[in-house]
Design a protein around this ligand. Structure first.
Ligand SMILES: [Zn+2]
Length: 115
């Protein structure tokens, strides 16, 4: 499933974007993008796709053993950017500004997503 136009060499989602999750366990949830992995076309979204990791205790580093819940990367094609202007999930367009800067724009309201 395609979720927006992807710029060459990058993902349509960027760090600190608010995104809507389109597939998987967290479908329908929104969250902030914490990290992107462009080469893997994946992103970590706050509060989405928690996995349990078992950690070993390491008293020297003051780490307690047990189960740690952490976000795991999700496929970026399952994420849709939520526009900060119209507050709706949207496809992304691109526009060149007068100063030559390329920005992402909302296809719904034409709002600029990169400030
Ligand atoms: Zn918009």
């Amino acid at each position: 499933m395609a979720a927006g136009t992807v710029a060459a060499g990058g993902l349509h989602v960027r760090r600190n974007d608010t995104v809507l999750v389109l597939a998987g366990k967290s479908r329908g949830r929104t969250g902030r993008v914490l990290r992107v992995f462009p080469s893997e076309r994946r992103a970590i979204v706050e509060g989405v796709n928690f996995v349990r990791k078992h950690t070993k205790a390491n008293p020297q580093k003051n780490i307690k053993g047990g189960i740690l819940e952490r976000e795991a990367p999700v496929d970026a094609s399952n994420l849709m950017v939520v526009c900060g202007e119209c507050q709706k999930p949207t496809r992304i367009g691109h526009r060149m500004l007068e100063d030559g800067k390329k920005v992402r724009v909302c296809r719904r309201c034409d709002g600029v997503l990169d400030k």
